[in-house]
Structures are given as structure tokens and as C-alpha cells.
Ligand binder design. Sequence first.
Ligand code: GRF
Length: 213
Amino acid sequence: MKIGVLASGGGTNLQSLIDHWRKGTLAPAELTVVGANVATAFALERAAAAGIPTFVLSHKTFAAREEFDRALAAELRARGVELVVLAGFMRVLTPAFLAAFPHRVVNIHPALLPSFPGTHAQKQALDYGVKLTGCTVHFVDTGTDTGPIIAQTAVPLLPDDDEEDLRERILAEEHRLLPAVVRAIAAGKVTVEGRRVRVAGADAPADARLRSL
Ligand code: GRF
């Protein structure tokens, strides 16, 4: 299955996908292209270093959100992309994009959704005072972090944590969860019925309290 990754920033999740791909542990998924909406995204350099084709499509050059979305979908389609992975892609996608990839767009979010959607999820968790937070991989719908949940991992929030401590602890789990989900989708193990997503073979996780995959 050909994967297109979209990013806007540093791209540590992209790096983890690249590392798995190189080791052969992302198969049957393969990284086909990396796209960014900002030319300075470090994710582009990570992709180039790994020999993965890249493109930049700036949303600022489009008058309407839908026009950007249609152009973005066309770019990915033209490159044969079958699954789109949002790895720190800071744009909400409209039906103009999603219609081109039904149930084929996933996002990773640094909280246990539906808690703390949107930006600054780690700060939201700290401010709320929760004892557990984590990360979620979900299918993308037209809302902000509202699509059907595929997998989650819980992460403790420790008394002296600041935002950066928490960000790093969650990222470590993101780097494990996202490749696992991409691999499972590519292997045809993921089915969706309404909001319920089933991942075949994930019925008996190692630690059912903390992990759904
Ligand atoms: C991650 O925390 C991800 O959950 C969120 O954006 C961040 C991207 O980090 N959607 P990176 O660019 O992969 O390092």
C-alpha cells in the first residue's frame, strides 16, 4: 500500500515511519511521497535524506480552503497514494480532500481523544490536571480530531511535568503507535463500522489498561 505523509513541522513521527520502512517493519506499507504546506518544514529534509520524493503546496497560494484541498488530493492521487498519514499536518481538511480518500486518511493526536482536541493538547492536559493522557491515531473526518478512533496508548502525567516533559513522553509512544497502525491498515487488518474500528489481531494487547494496539 502506497503511503503519502503530510507534515507541517519537525517530522519526528515521519522519521519513525522512515526508520520502520528501512528496517522492513512497515511492510506491506511503503512510503511513496511526503508533502508539506510550509517549505521550511524539517520533515521535508528527513524525507529527502531517506530518498523519498517530496512536494510543497502552500495553502497561502489558494483563495479558498476547498481549492487547496482539491489540489492537495490531486497531487497525492497523481503519485498513486492509497493511504494518507497526517503527521503533524496543521490544516483541517474539508470534504473536498476527504472524498478522494474515503477512510484512507489517518491522523495522530497527542492526547486520549475525545479529551483535549485541537492545538496544545499537552498544555490542556496539564491545565486540567489529569493523571493519564496519551496519544490517539484516528481516521480523519471533517471535524477537528473527531474521527473514528483506531488505537490509543495511555501515558502518565507526573507531578513535576512541564509541557516539554509531557510532549516527549507522549512522542515516544506516538513513534511506536503510528507505524503499528499504518502497518495494520496496509495489511487489511482494520475495518470500520460507523464509529467502531476493529483491528484484527489486537484483541489481546500486552497491557490492556494502557494500550489498544
Ligand atoms: C505530534 O505531537 C502529533 O501528535 C501532532 O503533531 C506533532 C507532530 O510532531 N499531531 P512531529 O512533527 O512528528 O515531531
